[in-house]
Design a protein around this ligand. Sequence first.
Ligand code: HMH
Length: 220
Amino acid sequence: GVEGSTTAAWMERHQQMYERATRHPFTVSIRDGTIDLSAFKRWLSQDYLFVREFVAFVASVLLKCCKQEDNSDMETILGGVASLSDELSWFKNEAARWGVDLASISPLESNLEYHRFLQSFNEPEISYAVAITTFWAIETVYQDSFGFCIEEGNKTPPELLGTCQRWGSADFKLYCQSLQRIADRILANAPADTVKSAEEAFIRVLELEIGFWEMSSSRS
Ligand code: HMH
């Protein structure tokens, strides 16, 4: 439950920014059916490039996990790596369906900024606590954002339901909750300065996610 959950306390403390990330005009426009399809395609192609970087990030979290004395979280994280393989295939399929040529896409600035953040986790000095918290936060923003698009009262266009289901499904929510439990357990045993760094990483993820939605929405 939420009792004693460090991550749940942060979600409350930074509620405004959390809402800006998970109820962004971009995803809200999916839910109300007013989404600009060229913006959707921009998001799709940029997120494909993001996920390719995210594979390396999750691998770095897995590596940090394996170096722990207690590596009982290994299966959960390994499952995350495995599902990214399916996700890359999904992106290729979806891009073909929308007539998007993934081979000709270059990452936009907000995407590159996110890549640099993800790449910083390759440093062995970055703790497992900060890494697993970051992993949880990244997945949760998508779960909450796309989950809202399939909640009661949505007017999500049928051709976008598959996308929303990918991250908004009950299974993906359970997976995010497993990551949250792991993060909370590790944070409960971490020194105060590490917990502080993890909270900063959580806020940084929210900023980067907002930037990513902004980049996807922009008509420039
Ligand atoms: C930008 N954040 C972004 N892309 C994603 N695919 C996720 C989070 C979830 O994996």
